[in-house]
Ligand binder design. Structure first.
Ligand code: KIV
Length: 276
């Protein structure tokens, strides 16, 4: 399958075909997604939560993101990879944002970057797009602003904030974004935004009216125990399988049943006998 592009994604929207996106942070996961033909892989800064064990995404660095983006692009031979710009890597100046976005492409091998925020990021988006780097926006619950937002909560529930979201989506489209993630937004509002702009919306906790969907792969796979957000559909309980497998291995080593004959390498008796 040919790698998705900003053009083919927009065509999908026009044809009413749904766009699929998942997060990945390593080579084998990216390879699996590449094989099944997912449209886009996001190397999300959710890396901080689900892989690195940070409390929030605010601690994620450029070096960590580049390291994992490289692993993902090695596995994603035919899939568009979007690198998520970490907190404070596009806030300080346009030059800074350009340099960091460029690193995702040049060092990470990504085909696009994502950054959080609305009209306040328009100048940065415009500059990065003008440098030839496709930018995906991210509105609604933007985890890098969790302290400002007062927690992980649904956004755009009153007239003022809903209007602001619509205006922000328009501003990002005008600035040149090729797509926008809508996170934790009421479904009817996400649908309204989707109809108002010509670029694809990718929802997470934003209902079925978006042009596409994204989930954090660890959530979908049930890779860890703990709170599961309302918008997640879990397709497996891999965390449970991991724990059971590790426990069985531990028991087998302790009881002496592993390794068994079939796991061992032989040596000729004549060789052994000459050792003494
Ligand atoms: O970091 C991430 O995984 C994200 C998705 C939740 C959209 O930004």
């Amino acid at each position: 399958m040919a790698r998705a592009t900003t053009v083919s994604l927009r065509e999908k929207k026009q044809k009413g075909q749904k766009i699929t996106m998942l997060t990945a942070y390593d080579f084998p996961t990216a390879q699996a997604m590449d094989e099944i033909g997912i449209d886009m892989i996001l190397v999300g800064d959710s890396l901080g939560n689900v892989v690195l064990g940070y409390e929030t995404t605010l601690f994620v660095t450029m070096e960590e993101m580049i390291h994992h983006t490289k692993a993902v692009t090695r596995g994603a031979r035919n899939t568009m990879v979007v690198g998520d710009m970490p907190f404070l890597t596009y806030h300080l100046s346009v030059e800074d944002a350009l340099r960091n976005a460029g690193r995702f492409m040049q060092e990470g091998g990504a085909q696009a970057v994502k950054l959080e925020g609305g009209r306040e990021r328009a100048a940065v988006v415009k500059a990065v797009v003008e440098a030839g780097i496709p930018v995906m926006g991210h509105l609604g619950l933007t985890p890098q602003s969790v302290h400002q937002l007062g927690g992980f909560r649904v956004q755009g529930k009153d007239v003022e904030t809903a209007k602001k979201l619509i205006e922000d989506a328009r501003a990002l489209e005008e600035a040149g974004c090729f797509s926008i993630v809508l996170e934790c937004v009421p479904s009817a509002l996400a649908e309204r935004i989707t109809k108002e702009i010509s670029i694809p919306t990718i929802g997470i906790g934003a209902g079925a009216g978006c042009d596409g969907q994204v989930l954090v792969s660890h959530d979908l796979l049930g890779l860890f125990s703990g709170h599961v957000a309302k918008f997640v559909r879990q397709y497996a309980q891999i965390g449970k399988i991991m724990r059971e497998s590790f426990k069985a291995y531990k028991d087998d080593v302790e009881s002496g049943s592993f390794p068994a004959e079939e796991h061992c390498y032989g040596i000729k008796d004549e060789v052994l006998s000459k050792l003494y």
